[in-house]
Design a protein around this ligand. Structure first.
Ligand code: SF4
Length: 289
C-alpha cells in the first residue's frame, strides 16, 4: 500500500497503527477535518504543462492509451484510462506528474481528461444540481449495493476498508446492503465482464428511485488494461448510467469516500480550485457525525 512506512527492519508499518498507538484514536475525520495521510495519496498521472505539444514518443509510454493528443496537437491525458503504472512519470518526469490527494472523481466522463476539456463546465452545474435534487431525500441514511462486474479484486479490498475503524463509513450515515431493493447507490467495479452485463442491469433495474451509480476504479470507468475485448465491454458506462466516475487502480478508500460525498452533494462548493468537478476533499467540510 502506498501509504505504508518502512521500519528499520524493512517491514511495512501502517501509519494508522502508529497513529493509533500514539493517540489512542484511529478513525479519520476526513473530509470534515484535514488528514495528512489522505493528502499523501496520489491520484492518476497528470500533465505538468497543459499547453505542451503532443508527440508519438509520449503516447507510446502508456499501455492503456491514456496519453494522446487533441485536434490542435496539444497533449492530453485521460485519467479515466490511467492505471497508475508510473511509466510516464518515471520516464518523462519533465512532462508528467502524479496528481495529488484523493479528490479525483468527476461527474462526467469528459471531466477526467486533462487538461480540462473547455466545454465540460457548461453542463456541470446542471448535472450537479440534478444529482443533488435526486439525492436530497437520502440525507443521512444511504445504502450501497456493490456489484463486481469483472474486477481483479483490488477495488473490493479498498471498498471493504470503508467498513474498518479507520475510515468508518457509518459515521457518514452510509451503509452497505445486500439487496438492490434497499439500495440507493450502486457501486460498480470491474472492467465490465460481458457475463455480468445482464446481472448488473438487473441489479440497477431492481433499485428504487432515486438511485445513483458510481463507477469505482479505472477498470469500471474505461476497462483499464484489458478492454475492450471479447470478454469485456470497456467499462460499465454502456450498461448502467454512471453518475460519478472514479479513476484509480485501485482508488483509495479516501477517494471512494470522496466520490460518495460528491454523488450525495455533501461537498460544499461541489468542485475544487482549477475547475475540476471532483470536490476538493482536502479543503472541503464534508459531513461528519
Ligand atoms: S501512469 Fe501509466 S497508465 Fe497512467 S498515464 Fe502514465 S503510462 Fe499511462
Amino acid at each position: 500500500m502506498r501509504g505504508d512506512r518502512r521500519g528499520d527492519k524493512g517491514e511495512a508499518v501502517s501509519p494508522w497503527v502508529l497513529r493509533g498507538l500514539r493517540n489512542g484514536v484511529v478513525t479519520t475525520r476526513w473530509p470534515a477535518r484535514p488528514d495528512q495521510y489522505a493528502s499523501e495519496w496520489r491520484g492518476p498521472a497528470s500533465i505538468r504543462d497543459p499547453g505542451r505539444r503532443a508527440g508519438d514518443d509520449l503516447a507510446l509510454l502508456c499501455p492503456t492509451q491514456a496519453i494522446g493528443s487533441r485536434p490542435d496537437g496539444t497533449l492530453q491525458l485521460d485519467q479515466g484510462r490511467c492505471i497508475l503504472c508510473g511509466q510516464c512519470v518515471a520516464r518523462r518526469p519533465d512532462v508528467f506528474e502524479w496528481s495529488a490527494g484523493p479528490a479525483v472523481a468527476a461527474l462526467t466522463r469528459a471531466g477526467l481528461v486533462v487538461p480540462e476539456i473547455p466545454d465540460t463546465d457548461a453542463n456541470l452545474a446542471a448535472i450537479r444540481d440534478g444529482l443533488r435534487a435526486r439525492t436530497a431525500a437520502l440525507r443521512r441514511s444511504v445504502h450501497l449495493r456493490h456489484v463486481d462486474a469483472g474486477s481483479d479484486g483490488a477495488e473490493e479490498q479498498e471498498i471493504q476498508a470503508l467498513l474498518n475503524p479507520v475510515y468508518d463509513v457509518h459515521r457518514l450515515g452510509i451503509f452497505f446492503t445486500a439487496s438492490p431493493r434497499h439500495a440507493d447507490v450502486l457501486l460498480v467495479t470491474g472492467a465490465g465482464a460481458r457475463g455480468m452485463t445482464a446481472p448488473l442491469r438487473r441489479t440497477y433495474d431492481g433499485m428504487p428511485d432515486p438511485k445513483i451509480v458510481v463507477a469505482v476504479g479505472t477498470d469500471a470507468v474505461s476497462g483499464g488494461l484489458v478492454s475492450p475485448s471479447y470478454a469485456t465491454t470497456g467499462g460499465v458506462g454502456g450498461t448502467v448510467p454512471v453518475d460519478v466516475w472514479l479513476p484509480g487502480s485501485p482508488p483509495s478508500p479516501f477517494s471512494i469516500l470522496h466520490a460518495l460525498l460528491l454523488a450525495l452533494g455533501r461537498l460544499p462548493g461541489g468542485g475544487q480550485p482549477g475547475g475540476r468537478e471532483s470536490g476538493g476533499g482536502r479543503r472541503d467540510r464534508g459531513e461528519d457525525r
